[in-house]
Write a protein that binds this ligand. Structure first.
Ligand code: DGL
Length: 261
């Protein structure tokens, strides 16, 4: 039986998670939703993020019976998971910064957390640091502009390298920094550019593979209900003039079409 998996994010960044899951579990129905009406999530209030999560899952579940939801967004996952799990009778997998593996792999015990403004200030993230990276110096950069740059790259294939350099400038003069956590699902998209600007960094770590493993594990233990077949599909929450380009990106990623919820 094929499971139905909803993956959502504020924008195109969650496709980096979707990619990893799809590689691991090709035999599933995928629904990708991007909440472009509220993009970027970076500085949105916690109550707004919870309301959006409930809205999206509620809307999609009315159209498709879901087996599992992946919140492919660190900014949202650090606040919305308890509400989603309480409200819906479905497995929910969140995406949080890979602090534990980064602390383990760093030789210099100096790691950088690159995430949104919201994520770097969350209590949840501080708790992860206190539990798993106590022996490390953790340098944090929270940026909304970087989310916008990555989204732009996904949609136009261009990156404003000057702006990118300004964002991470303080890390360029830190020779001890050997590991950077890409703590936003948009950031693997600009990994190549970051590597060029930070040659001292040996490890760039994102959560994609760990999320895919978690999804695979949860689905193995779950009874998947029989359902009628449908095409993998994408949804957005606002129709903009870019809708055709966005639909083309979705189609390139194996989703049949882009609809609006
Ligand atoms: N991609 C999301 C994350 O992982 C959200 C980026 C944003 O919209 O600010 O945090």
């Amino acid at each position: 039986m094929k499971p139905t998996i909803l993956i959502y994010d504020s924008g195109m960044g969650g496709l980096t998670i979707y990619d990893e899951i799809r590689k691991k579990i090709p035999n599933a129905y995928y629904i990708y939703c991007f909440d472009n009406a509220y993009f970027p999530y970076s500085e949105k209030s916690e109550s707004e993020l919870v309301a959006r999560a409930e809205h999206i899952v509620q809307k999609i579940i009315k159209k498709h019976p879901l087996d599992l939801v992946v919140v492919a967004c660190n900014t949202a996952s650090t606040v919305v998971l308890p509400t989603l799990r309480k409200k819906f009778d479905i497995e929910v997998v969140g995406t949080v910064p890979a602090i534990k593996p980064a602390a383990q792999i760093s030789q210099t015990k100096t790691i950088g957390l690159l995430a949104t403004k919201g994520t770097v200030n969350r209590r949840y993230v501080q708790e992860l640091i206190d539990s798993y990276a106590k022996e490390c110096v953790v340098e944090k950069i929270g940026s909304t502009t970087l989310v916008e740059l990555a989204e732009q790259k996904m949609q136009t294939n261009t990156v404003d390298s000057e702006k990118l350099q300004e964002i991470i400038a303080t890390w360029q003069s830190n020779p001890k920094l050997d590991t950077v956590i890409l703590g936003c699902t948009h950031f693997p998209v600009v990994k190549k550019e970051l590597q060029q600007l930070l040659p001292q960094v040996k490890n760039f770590i994102d959560s994609g593979k760990a999320i895919a493993n978690r999804v695979e594990f949860l689905l193995k233990t779950k009874k998947i209900a029989e359902k009628s077949s449908f095409d993998n599909i994408a949804y957005c929450t606002k129709v903009t003039k870019n809708i055709k380009d966005q639909e083309n990106i979705m189609i390139k990623n194996g989703l049949k079409r882009l609809d609006f919820i």
